[in-house]
Design a protein around this ligand. Structure first.
Ligand code: SF4
Length: 476
């Protein structure tokens, strides 16, 4: 099972801004559930509330009331570098010579170790173990008193993936790295009410806009820095070099909600077409197509429609099991998956089943799911995957395992993978098939986890971030 990365949401120019961010973060909760936070400003001070856990668990009326002002940014986090402790919860804040600023970051900075080392040598003190704090210090040390110029300078030093929101007392800045790994959309609220004309919203996923009745204007472009202030909206380039964008194809495969338009593609359409393509690549005689809920559902619909094999919900997902569910001992380790998926015997027993999931990473969850299906006596179980085989780790903010743990890297043939997970057969959509079916230009996308071609230099990126010297346990 994949773990998500982070979600960011911000709004400029409306009273009770933090409450809008609270709603936006709720929508983005699927992108990270370990910690959450909001920073707001009334133009005089920054107000901050960050904590561990989900948005609805952490925030209450008292915390939201504290977050004054007309501008706010927020963050939901799954730790891809740095541990899930309170020090790493975002937005991170700091006092700089350019005033107090807050930062929400989605992505992974691949030259973070080198920059951090340089900053430490200069005497900079770090308060967290995440790569995101580097952005704050670079902005602080930039050789300009102007925040916009300082941001431009700081972001031009970074390599890797970053969609970032920066909040100061006067402005909200939204940035997407030059390769555009992670999505970031811009919307506007209240077009019909004169007093709201300048309310601008940013979100990792545009379908969050509908919750607050905002409408999408456009995406923040790769290499773009959008500045919203009293002066209105300005757009700057981070670098003047022309760079080929490399957006993360996994946002479409798995992370984003089907209702979101990510990199100009509706996620629902993308997954449906992958399902249709799987039906073209793998013609299997079966009674039912069964999705692994939720992320396999749309691809399964596509397969079902293209093949004429009926779709049946042979696995029901419980939405009440959080990622923090504690598996009490090795002996009952399977309970985690069993609590999450319940098989429907009437659909499975005596039938030939095609299971469809979004991806296989280590293969342990797929194995448990097939075992669960098998315990309901199907005639055959075929496992189709709506992504190409994941063979390489991601350094841009997605928590894949190390290369040695990736199943498609450990086992060379689909028949070996089928044997490992206990299925009669296994099939993955091909890389060419994925781009052909969806009509996307493969040059515009990072697909390094499939083909091993990384679009940036990779320097010493560690899952554990920069921790080790100060340990702290926060009990909620
Ligand atoms: S390596 Fe894979 S998951 Fe990571 S950014 Fe590239 S496509 Fe996305």
């Amino acid at each position: 099972m994949l773990k998500e990365e982070c979600g960011i949401f911000g709004i400029y120019g409306i009273s009770e801004a933090a409450r809008y961010v609270y709603l936006g973060l709720n929508f983005l909760q699927h992108r990270g559930q370990e910690s959450c936070g909001i920073v707001s400003t009334n133009g005089k001070s920054l107000y901050k509330q960050v904590g561990l856990g989900k948005v609805t668990d952490f925030f209450d009326e008292e915390k939201l009331s504290y977050l004054e002002g007309f501008k706010a940014i927020g963050h939901v986090r799954y730790s891809t570098t740095g541990s899930p402790t309170l020090v790493n919860a975002q937005p991170i804040t700091g006092m700089t010579s350019k005033g107090a600023i807050a930062i929400s970051h989605n992505g992974n900075i691949t030259n973070a170790a080198r920059i951090r080392e340089d900053l430490l040598k200069k005497g900079v003190v770090f308060n967290s173990t995440s790569d995101s704090e580097i952005i704050l210090h670079l902005i602080a040390e930039a050789p300009s008193s102007d925040l916009v110029q300082s941001c431009k300078w700081a972001f031009s030093k970074l390599e890797g993936a970053y969609s970032v929101l920066v909040l100061s007392k006067d402005m909200l800045i939204a940035v997407r790295d030059p390769l555009g790994f992670r999505p970031l959309s811009m919307g506007q609220l209240g077009m019909t009410l004169p007093e709201m004309v300048h309310t601008i919203v940013f979100s990792s996923e545009d379908s969050a806009f509908s919750i607050i009745e905002a409408t999408k204007i456009r995406d923040v472009e790769p290499n773009e820095m959008v500045v919203i202030s009293e002066k209105g909206l300005e757009s700057h380039n981070i670098t003047d070099r022309k760079i080929q964008k490399k957006q993360c194809i996994f946002e479409l495969i798995y992370f984003a909600k089907p209702s979101s338009v990510v990199f100009n593609s509706l996620v629902y359409d993308f997954r449906f077409k992958i399902g249709e393509r799987l039906a073209e690549e793998y013609k299997i005689d079966a009674d039912f197509v069964v999705p692994v809920p939720d992320s396999g559902i749309v691809a399964a619909l596509g397969y079902s429609q293209a093949s004429g094999i009926p779709l049946a919900m042979g696995l029901i997902r419980s939405h009440y099991i959080g990622r923090t569910f504690i598996e009490p001992s090795q002996k009952i380790r399977d309970f985690g998956v069993k609590m999450k998926f319940i098989p429907v015997r009437k659909i499975i027993e005596g039938k030939k089943i095609i299971l469809i999931d979004d991806s296989i990473v280590r293969g342990t969850t797929s194995k448990k799911i097939v075992k669960m299906i098998r315990s309901n006596n199907p005639r055959e179980v075929h496992f189709l995957v709506a992504s190409p085989p994941v063979k390489n780790p991601c350094y841009y903010g997605i928590d894949f395992s190390t290369r040695d743990e990736l199943l498609a890297n450990k086992l060379s043939s689909y028949s070996e993978i089928a044997e490992f997970i206990g299925a009669d057969s296994v099939g993955y959509v091909s890389i060419e098939g994925m781009f052909k079916a969806t009509g996307l230009n493969k040059n515009d996308f990072c697909k390094a986890c499939f083909d091993g071609i990384y679009p940036t230099r990779i320097e010493n990126v560690k899952k554990e971030g920069f921790e080790g010297e100060i340990k702290q346990l926060h009990i909620r």
